[in-house]
Design a binder for this molecule. Structure first.
Ligand code: PLP
Length: 393
């Protein structure tokens, strides 16, 4: 049975605790933590009377705006390669449903991939991520996992890369992306490159998309949930590969989308078109958000390090993935032997919600958990706006 997504479940648990009067510091949910940019809200209001069903792939003008978005990021793109959907989660599901074969899953990784693989009848082939990287597996481990998987009768066909990564808040380096893309090309894998945090890379100029290296076999998914803090609006998009695979995938996704969600809500297509054409207000907002996310993640990173935890230095998004292994003796003497117990203890004893690493496929006996630092910007929109406006957050 597929369970309630761990990230959404923790959110609801916290809401119930708060409703019963408890104070909870909620660091468990991947919410961007910022209010809607007023100019985007105006576009949505003006589109409120757009009540007809929309085109399955998205309107021509929204798809055109998306091509500009990718072209400004050095990915030559035609409107025929773009599909919109109600969140990139739905599009990821559509792509997994459309491509037969099994899923190679770098671990730890975002909670949803393994669940979607199960929903689409795929086996998952886990591959560890090196300590200094995020979202991209170790090349030698990848080759050996492919070999073992095939020897065991699995059929690895899709490799997910999360660039940058949730849960670790890390953007993998260009060299690692290149090495892994070369293996994917040799091994006939399709790369599913989840780039939802791309614009929140602290140094965006360092980002390398596998779509620039393996254009005929890479699907890029993205959306406005994180960079524009519009998670509840459900605006996702995918850039499909060039060539025959792209053509087949487009047909398959038209079939899946038309039978599952019909189209992204029409008013949202107007909002997406506006944001993806990147007027100055939008780029300014994204730059400010990126700086705020970076400053707060670094401050919290320092707190974990000085408390004795090990933790990768964040360089993207708004996550940290501390490891309390150096504190094992103290934790064990308090009867805490798993990440799940540790997260339950933090919530019950300290009112702090985090998500245990086991939800991301990590070793349940480790003391690793994910912290979403974007939930620290304040409890009201005014406080969050002040944090965003400050040059020294
Ligand atoms: N991909 C990753 C890695 C995420 O962390 C999330 C949200 O938490 C998503 C995709 C989902 O994004 P969307 O809101 O576009 O469905």
């Amino acid at each position: 049975m597929i369970k309630h997504s761990a990230t959404l479940a923790v959110n609801e648990k916290i809401a119930a605790r708060r409703a019963s009067g408890q104070t909870v510091v909620h660091l468990g949910f991947g919410e961007a933590g910022l209010p809607v940019l007023p100019a985007v809200a105006d576009v949505l209001r003006a589109a409120a009377d757009q009540n007809a069903y929309g085109p399955v792939l998205g309107s021509a003008s929204a798809r055109e705006a998306a091509t500009g978005y990718f072209q400004r990021r050095d990915l030559p793109t035609t409107a025929g390669q773009i599909i919109f959907g109600p969140g990139s989660k739905a599009l990821l599901y559509g792509v997994l449903a459309a491509i037969p074969g099994d899923l190679v899953l770098p671990t730890p990784s975002w909670v949803t991939y393994a669940a979607q693989a199960a929903l689409t009848g795929k086996r998952t082939i886990p591959v560890p991520i090196p300590a200094a990287a995020g979202g991209v597996p170790d090349p030698a481990e990848l080759e050996s996992a492919l070999h073992t998987a095939r020897a065991n009768g699995a059929d690895p066909k899709i490799l997910i890369l999360t660039l940058p990564d949730n849960p670790t808040g890390t953007a993998a380096g260009a060299d690692l992306v290149k090495q892994v893309t070369e293996i994917a090309a040799r091994e006939d894998l399709v790369i599913l490159s989840d780039e939802i945090y791309r614009d929140l890379t602290h140094h965006p100029e360092d980002h390398v998309s596998p779509a620039s290296l393996l254009p005929e076999r890479t699907v890029v998914t993205s959306g406005l949930s994180k960079s524009m803090a519009l998670g509840g609006w459900r605006i996702g998009l995918a850039r499909l590969p060039d060539g025959p695979l792209g053509a087949t995938l487009t047909d398959d996704l038209i079939g899946i989308a038309s039978e599952v969600w019909s189209s992204m809500a029409m008013p949202m297509q107007f909002a997406a078109e506006y944001v993806l054409s990147e007027p100055a207000e939008v780029t300014d907002r994204i730059t400010r958000s990126r700086n705020l996310h970076a400053a707060v993640a670094h401050a919290v990173h320092e707190i974990f390090r000085s408390a004795g935890a090990t933790c990768r230095t964040p360089n993207a998004a708004f996550y940290l993935y501390p490891d309390l292994e150096p504190l094992r003796p103290q934790l064990e003497s308090a009867g805490i032997t798993t990440a799940e117990q540790l997260s339950a203890h933090l919530l019950d004893q300290h009112g702090v919600a985090v998500l245990a690493g086991s939800h991301f496929g990590d070793d349940p006996g480790a003391y690793r958990f994910r912290v979403a630092t974007s939930l620290l910007y304040g409890s009201t929109d005014d406080q969050r706006l002040q944090a965003l406006a400050s040059d020294d957050p």
